[in-house]
Design a protein around this ligand. Structure first.
Ligand code: FAD
Length: 280
């Protein structure tokens, strides 16, 4: 199902120890061989700083041969500090950003100079013009704070109107939720490419934890099987690969404009997935 021209992107997080650094380098080297359209590097997730993201981005941009898209969230110290990072990224040849609000603290307090991602998109457009293409996040199964499907679409559109040129979805395991979301966007006149975010399944506990935090649904038939495998990691990986390969095949057959894979700094699950999709 996967064609040589299917655009791929892989997401990494900035490593925080020597051991993580080694795993990160091994992962990007192997994934670079797939000639992805870009790598992206998260910011703030798990408490990482803008400096850590900047360092990882600069390393990848200089050494990987793959264009790199830094994530930037609303939790920057100030507009001035952000402007400095943006200028630095532009000088280093970065041409794409992924702009996000970032998760709120449990008490809902806002941090940083922007409340919502659309404000961040507007700031970047004001400061940098068209220097960067801008990806934003969207949620086929709805953001946990979303008041209604209509409100979700209204706020997504604000990011597009502010200057986003593409979007990446939260991960999901129900292809219909993606297709329904795309239909709704088309009806609302939103025409930017919306790339599905894909999380390979390798670890039941980790998947449950992530999904609780971000509101992604794990269908019951997947959950029950994963539970039943217990500590049998090999069976979880084999089953997860089957499920995610089917999902990606359906998405690509249905017109998805590429795949954005949450690598979690591991190459193996992504490589196996791409190999399977190439054979399909
Ligand atoms: P927004 O688009 O600002 O939306 C947040 C919520 O507020 C939505 O429910 C929306 O409907 C609502 N809303 C928007 N505008 C308004 C308004 N004016 N009034 C009322 N409600 C409004 N997090 C990180 O910290 N670092 C990362 O690197 C990171 N990378 C990610 C990458 C991808 C592809 C995705 C899908 C998510 C990522 N996240 C990351 C998580 C993201 O920050 C959270 O999901 C966050 O809670 C929402 O971010 P957003 O950009 O979608 O926010």
């Amino acid at each position: 199902m996967l064609k040589a021209w299917t655009p791929l992107s892989f997401e990494f997080f900035p490593p925080r120890s020597d051991e993580q650094q080694q795993r990160f380098e091994a992962a990007w080297r192997e994934l670079a061989a797939l000639k992805p359209e870009y790598f992206s590097v998260t910011f703030g997730a798990g408490g990482s700083s803008l400096d850590a993201t900047h360092k990882a981005v600069m390393g990848l941009q200089a050494n990987s041969g793959v264009p790199v898209a830094p994530h930037v969230s609303c939790k920057v110290d100030s507009r001035e500090a952000l402007a400095g990072y943006l200028d630095d990224y532009a000088k280093a040849g970065v041409r794409r950003l992924v702009l996000l609000r970032g998760d709120r603290q449990a008490d809902g307090a806002e941090e940083g100079p922007f409340c919502y991602a659309n404000e961040l998109v507007s700031f970047v457009r004001e400061h940098c013009g068209d220097r960067f293409s801008i990806e934003v996040a969207c949620y086929p199964e709805f953001h946990p704070e979303s008041a209604s499907p209509g409100a979700e679409l209204k706020y997504f559109r604000r990011k597009v109107d502010a200057g986003a040129t593409g979007a990446i979805t939260q991960y999901f395991y129900n292809a219909d939720s993606y297709f329904r979301f795309i239909d709704d966007c088309q009806k609302a006149g939103i025409t930017i490419p919306i790339r599905p975010g894909i999380l390979p399944i390798t670890n039941y506990r980790q998947l449950s934890r992530f999904s609780e935090q971000c509101g992604a649904e794990i269908p019951q038939w997947i959950l029950k099987r994963l539970e039943a495998y217990g500590e049998d990691r090999e069976s979880i990986r084999a089953f997860g690969l089957e499920v995610v390969t089917d999902l990606c095949s359906r998405l690509l057959r249905g017109g998805a404009p590429g795949l954005h894979i949450y690598s979690l700094n591991q190459s193996d699950p992504s490589l196996r997935l791409i190999q399977r999709l190439t054979k399909d």
